[in-house]
Every structure is written in structure tokens, then in C-alpha cells.
Ligand binder design. Structure first.
Ligand code: SF4
Length: 351
């Protein structure tokens, strides 16, 4: 017996499905071409390309025997050109290994270039009526609402929960229509930002709608935590001058001037970190003195808390191991040197 949700969904689909050129055919080649073209591309964009493609390469053999230039020319403007090259290569392999006949099972289809689990399941279920569930981002979103799934987008837990919930609903020997009905619901009604619940054919059975959580489904993945670095810097004094180092030309703050120092490693005190950094960067030793201040700054992808210290040399003259160049300058000259926000704060404090 067909579950009520599936029955209502299929009834709506059969009445309302858009008349797309690849719909209502069981030709596996046509379905494969449409599914590959629809990866990361909107339906409206695909339609004219699909029609031209099917005129130019109406079957697997005509595609297999075409040159790569012809194939890419026909795909030109659709983007993601590896799709065209993979489709071409898949057609050649189908001719060589399967006598020009597209394999009926999702497992075998997945062995062909450019055909992932979703595309293989879509072709096998629509063209060959295999009992395969095709779950892409669109269907995952619909499932997360229909079954009010709390797992975040992109998590394996959401994928597993969506699959198990949908498998219970999937009608035997009609997975193709079931998959297409879910795709259609996601494309036309259960839209990513604002689902059109008042027009939804399965509203009465939608758990997110019943629970008032449609705006919270699917759960967005948490933003990755912004790293927060603890850093030290040395204002090394010698005869009334301080030492500045010029950062490497490439990378963050490339070519700017700074007070030498670096990140505090786990288990180090600030003074130990500073002494180590100075050996690594300047091949000399220092005595770490009084703290100048604590400086905080948030960059786009990370935050820094920097502890700056007055220091003096306790070894040979420094050499620039990590920097492009080092210079001894008077505090009054600091103004002339370009530097990042934190180093400017330090220089203002010591001036
Ligand atoms: Fe999506 Fe709303 Fe329909 Fe639920 S009721 S499936 S949230 S459109």
C-alpha cells in the first residue's frame, strides 16, 4: 500500500509537473544528458542547450564518435566543462564496454566518469524503474522539512535521516516518479528561502509545518569558529633606536614593517615565546623587560591578542632570517614606515 504522503505527492506531480523536454521519456541517454546538464545549472538555462545537444548528438554512439572540440563547442556557455568531457568519455566507454547500451543499474552507472550517486540513481530509477532513491541538495532540503529533521545541512546525519525517512515512503517500482515528484516539489513549492506552504500538496503531512519549524529547516551548519591567536612582539632597543622588520613580499600584510615576534606555542610563557621567535627570526638573543601593553585586533578570518615587551639585545647583532630586511630607527621615524594596525598601536604607545 502506498503511504498517504507518497500518494498525495504523486497525484500532485502527475497533475502539475512542468513540461520539460526530458520529462515523460524513458530514453536513458536523454535522461542522462539532462541530469548532467542540470548539475549546478538552472532549468531555464539548460532547456535550449539540451534541445540543441539532442539534435546534434541524438544517441550514445553519435556522442562517442564526435571529437572533443565538437562536444565542447556544443556545451560552450553552459560552464563546468568537465561535465561535457566526462559525458563524452562516458559515451565512449558505454560503446566500448557495454556495446553502446547504457547500463541499467545505478552501481554500474556509477563506474562511468562524471556519474555520481545522485545521477546514477536518477537515471536508474527514471529510465529503468530501479528502486533507487536519488537524494541531492534539493531533495535533502525537502526531506528535512517534511520530516522535521534537526541535523544540520552538510552533515552525514542529515543525509542518513533523510534517506531512511524517504525510503519508508518510496513506492516499489515507481522510484522514478517519486524522485521526480520530490525534485518538482523542491523546485516549485518547497523553495530554499520561502517555502510556499499554502500551495503545498503535502502540507497536512509536513512535520515542520505542523511543528512551526519550517523557517528553521534545514538547520544551517554552524559557522566555523574564528581562530584566536596569542602573539608576542619585541620592541628591541639599542642606543635610542628600535628594531623594525619588513615582512615577506607575499602573504598577509606583505611588505609592511613590524616589530619582530610571533605566536605563543602551547606550554610556552610569553617571554619564552618571544625569546624563541627572536632566535628563529633574527638569529640573536634578547632580554625581555617590561610589558608595553596588550593589543587586540580582529582580522577577517582570525583574531589576535598581542603582548608587546620592551627588550634589549643580549647577543650578537641581529640578521634578517625571516624578514626581507631589518632596520634600526628612532621612535620619531616610525611614522614613515607602513605597518599593520597592531604595530601602529605599539609604535604610538612608545613614541
Ligand atoms: Fe515544504 Fe511547506 Fe510543503 Fe512542508 S508544507 S513540504 S515546508 S512547502
Amino acid at each position: 500500500m502506498i503511504p498517504p504522503l507518497t500518494g498525495q505527492l504523486l497525484a500532485w506531480y502527475h497533475k502539475n509537473a512542468r513540461e520539460l523536454p526530458w520529462r515523460f521519456t524513458f530514453d536513458p541517454y536523454a535522461i542522462l544528458v539532462s541530469e548532467v546538464m542540470l548539475q549546478q545549472t538552472r532549468v531555464d538555462t539548460v532547456i535550449p542547450y539540451y534541445s540543441r545537444w539532442m539534435n546534434r548528438f541524438p544517441d550514445v554512439k553519435s556522442l562517442a564518435h564526435a571529437s572533443e572540440d565538437e562536444v565542447l563547442r556544443a556545451w560552450e556557455g553552459l560552464g563546468y566543462y568537465s561535465r561535457a568531457r566526462n559525458l563524452h568519455r562516458a559515451a565512449q566507454l558505454i560503446v566500448q564496454m557495454h556495446n553502446g547500451i547504457i547500463p541499467a543499474s545505478a552501481e554500474t552507472l556509477k563506474q562511468l566518469p562524471g556519474i555520481g550517486a545522485y545521477t546514477a540513481a536518477a537515471v536508474a530509477s527514471i529510465a529503468f524503474r530501479e528502486d533507487e532513491l536519488a537524494v541531492d541538495a534539493n531533495i535533502r532540503r525537502v526531506a528535512s522539512r517534511l520530516f522535521d529533521l534537526p541535523d544540520p545541512l552538510g552533515s552525514p546525519a542529515l543525509d542518513t535521516a533523510a534517506r531512511s525517512a524517504l525510503l519508508v515512503q518510496m513506492p516499489p517500482e515507481n522510484a522514478g516518479d517519486f524522485n521526480q515528484a520530490l525534485m518538482e516539489l523542491g523546485a516549485c513549492i518547497c523553495l530554499p528561502r520561502q517555502p510556499l506552504c499554502s500551495s503545498c500538496p503535502v502540507q497536512a503531512l509536513c512535520l515542520a509545518y505542523r511543528n512551526g519549524t519550517t523557517s528553521e529547516r534545514p538547520v544551517k551548519p554552524g559557522k566555523p569558529a574564528i581562530p584566536h591567536f596569542q602573539v608576542t612582539a619585541a620592541v628591541i632597543w639599542q642606543e635610542g633606536k628600535v628594531l623594525l622588520a619588513k615582512r615577506p613580499a607575499s602573504g598577509l600584510l606583505g611588505g609592511m614593517w613590524e616589530f619582530p615576534g610571533g605566536k605563543i606555542q602551547p606550554g610556552e610563557t610569553r617571554q619564552q615565546a618571544l625569546a624563541r621567535e627572536i632566535v628563529e627570526e633574527l638569529d640573536t638573543e634578547i632580554l625581555v623587560g617590561e610589558q608595553i601593553g596588550v593589543f587586540k585586533h580582529a582580522y577577517t578570518h582570525y583574531k589576535v591578542t598581542l603582548y608587546a615587551y620592551h627588550c634589549r639585545l643580549d647577543g650578537k647583532q641581529p640578521i634578517a632570517l625571516a624578514a626581507q630586511e631589518i632596520r634600526w630607527i628612532t621612535p620619531a621615524e616610525l611614522e614613515q614606515y607602513p605597518m599593520g594596525k597592531i604595530d601602529r598601536m605599539i609604535s604610538q604607545k612608545i613614541q
